[in-house]
Design a protein around this ligand. Structure first.
Ligand code: FES
Length: 152
């Protein structure tokens, strides 16, 4: 892992202002942000580890565990919330046997929340990868999961 991260970092000159692009590049290549990745960024830039960890944990775009094959995002923005998005989240958590922010043990699905994906007219919205499912009802959740599983 460290070798791979070091190779990724060779695209940067070690400037402290590039910490976020470095972390993004590692996550893009590895699929998540491993601890060794943050340690290598700290070493490469001369920043303290706590500073790099603090930066990474500040941004919701970074995840620290391997992600599932399918990323399922429930929009909990105002329009979706008003239209019952929490019920969708509850149903997905029950169907998948995980909580929001977790990945199934078979690494098939990761469940996340987002705040408005710009499709409020279709509220409530669930996204699987980049596909937006609009006006989703709890009875549709199983179908959404089946469709995403079929797209492997
Ligand atoms: S609030 Fe969900 S798409 Fe805007």
């Amino acid at each position: 892992m460290r070798e791979k991260v070091r190779e990724i970092l060779t695209a940067f000159d070690g400037d402290k202002s590039q910490v976020i692009p470095m972390l993004q590049a590692i996550q893009h290549e590895v699929g998540y942000l491993p601890e060794e990745g943050m340690e290598e960024v700290a070493s490469y830039t001369g920043l303290r580890r706590s500073k790099v960890y603090g930066t990474a944990t500040f941004y919701s775009q970074f995840y620290f565990t391997p992600q599932g094959d399918h990323e399922i995002k429930v929009c909990l923005g105002t329009a979706c919330h008003v239209k019952g998005a929490m019920n969708l989240m509850d149903t997905l958590e029950r169907e998948l046997g995980i909580r929001c922010g977790e990945t199934t043990t078979d690494n098939k699905y990761s469940l996340k929340r987002v705040n408005c994906v710009g499709s409020c007219a279709l509220a409530p919205v669930v996204m699987v990868e980049d596909h937006v499912y609009g006006r989703v009802e709890t009875k549709h959740v199983k179908g959404v999961l089946d469709k995403s599983a079929a797209s492997v």
